[in-house]
Ligand binder design. Sequence first.
Ligand SMILES: *Cc1c(COP(=O)(O)O)cnc(C)c1O
Length: 390
Amino acid sequence: MTRALIDLDAIAHNTRLLAGAATGSGVMAVVKADGFGHGAVPVARAALASGASWLGVTSLREAMELRSAGITAPILMWLYAPFETLDEAVLADVDVSVSSTTGLETLARAAERTGRVAVVHLKADTGLSRGGATEAEWPDVLATAAKLRDAGLIEIRAVWSHLAHAEDPADPGLRRQLEAFGQARAAAREAGIEAPLTHLANSAAVLQLPEAHFDLVRPGIALYGAEPIPGRVFGLRPAMTLESTVILTKRVGPGTGVSYGPEFVTDRETTLALVPAGYADGVPRITGNRASVAIGGVRCPIVGRVAMDQVVVDVGEHPVVPGDRVVIFGTGEGGEPTVDEWADWAGTNAHEILTGIGTRVPRVHYSVESNETSTRNPSRPVECAEMTPS
Ligand SMILES: *Cc1c(COP(=O)(O)O)cnc(C)c1O
């Protein structure tokens, strides 16, 4: 009933566009959080086939999902506890980000136990205050890294950091971060660490901040087709269409309460359509009485509270019947709302909407490179023959 159609040609298009924007740099496709809800493995394959050469994830679990699927491309993981055992990462050729001397020791122990060299990316905190070593900790991290490298336990492949705000190139915080990153790199060189790779840029920086490109760029949201810089359009194509089906309609009179509460009461005779998609599927509860969906190309409002499993849509006098397709969001080309509109209705960003699509919603991946124009139109029903179940 409710399903997410994933246009892998859009992923390919976005990867090519980002690779083009970062000429001379490699692309690390960030496929964390199950590929921002799109399915990590199919997205990774599509990105790797269209110009990406690296994959970025948070946890070991995410990295192993890619390796288990037979993906051999370089992978970086950057979130774990230093008391976790990282032997599996080392054995599976997964590069690990390190922010502390404790993290380095953890990797060294994994290297000793496995008899393999652990590959690390040293992370500097340049102002985000999440992962990464602070300026004060950085010299210790560098010294420990050099020592473990000399002992043959680790290989230092990269020095990297993450930006707090890359949407405005003139932002003073951004300028400070670029400056701090330059200092962190210089300190690494002085400590005798010549890492072959340097990386910093997220989506916004890939598209408008060439000085942050270095050897590798790490786009996430742009890969999935959401424009990362408010008010600017780079030609990215949204990859996900979230669709459902009308399962019941009813004619009601004025004064009819709708859904829990009720927080909506009809003011006229109208037709209500029941759509089996609720907050467990990723329709934010806060969007009741705010959001719309498209049925037959016509936008109709969600009325009353969003329930766990369903919403009610006021379709008025439109001739809607059970079985009609409901587009919750898509590219917008067929008149349906976009992810950005949903983000506005929910007071959040596109990232949260996409990663919030429930696990019970099937992801249906398709690719029709041969017929590009028609695939871009989400109101064209996708034929079963074009689909490959994820
Ligand atoms: C999520 C993430 C990215 C991608 O960020 P976008 O803004 O979605 O492009 C890049 N690097 C790191 C470390 C991340 O956590």
